[in-house]
Ligand binder design. Structure first.
Ligand code: DC
Length: 232
């Protein structure tokens, strides 16, 4: 590995293991890792707590616009456990933002233009120095269109639903596989069809379909791409 500090963008569908790879990569390279999905999840949790979103996903946009600049989202990283923690206005919300109630509503918040422009601004600030791995939906297309390396990850909806089901049941959440599959399909649709920055593969992104890859195989493929990008 060289001393060059790359900007690495990892985009793709929900639950296809982007954050696992991004975290592992950041650790290996000594880079900062930013999970942009956590930021949209934190704004969604804020809306849920402040009566700014209804049960069926209708957002009080005027109300949210008034307070968006005061929503502080930060991350801390624990070297020992290699984990990242998300903070919302100084409160630790890492577990709460992963709950299914938040997953079911996040697409309604992440499609709002002023929410996106505020998050994109924060993300660009975090990546100013390079040496960053950022995962999301629009990192290679909008946040860092000049990233040194762009990866677009994908896997079949069933494989992704199974992974998320295993993750949530391991944490003790009472969910069914069908409910998770429905959430995965619904989010794919909403992510790809929203008006502002829909999920799409950047023209210069490398596609990695990990439906039939082990974590190790996938990591090897991605490390090779990093080595090639370092030589450029
Ligand atoms: O990666 P995730 O599943 O935690 O992301 C949560 C939601 O946030 C997802 O449904 C789409 C949205 N998102 C987005 O619109 N843009 C990003 N850069 C990251 C996430």
């Amino acid at each position: 590995m060289s001393n060059k500090k790359l900007t690495i963008a990892i985009d793709g569908f929900s639950s296809c293991g982007k954050s696992t790879v991004a975290k592992e990569l950041a650790r290996k390279l000594g880079y900062v890792y930013v999970d942009t999905g956590a930021m949209y999840r934190a704004v969604t949790l804020y809306c849920m707590r402040h009566g700014l979103i209804s049960d069926d996903g209708a957002v009080d946009e005027a109300g949210l616009k008034k307070v968006i600049a005061n929503i502080s989202i930060t991350f801390t990283h624990n070297e020992l456990t290699a984990t990242n923690t998300t903070w919302l206005n100084g409160e630790q919300v890492e577990d709460e933002i992963r709950r299914i109630e938040v997953s079911n509503k996040v697409s309604y918040v992440s499609r709002i233009d002023f929410v996106r422009s505020q998050m994109v601004k924060l993300q660009q600030d975090m990546g100013k120095q390079g040496g960053i791995v950022m995962d999301g939906r629009d990192i290679g297309t909008v946040v860092f269109p000049n990233a040194d390396l762009k990866i677009f990850m994908t896997a079949s909806p069933e494989v992704r639903a199974q992974r998320r089901f295993d993750e949530l049941t391991a944490k003790g959440e009472k969910v069914t596989f069908d409910e998770i599959l429905e959430n995965v399909n619904q989010r794919d649709y909403l992510d790809q069809h929203r008006e502002v920055s829909p999920l799409r593969q950047a023209d210069d992104a490398h596609v990695v379909d990990n439906s039939h890859m082990t974590r190790e195989e996938q990591f090897a493929v991605i490390l090779k791409l990093v080595e090639e990008a370092e030589k450029k």
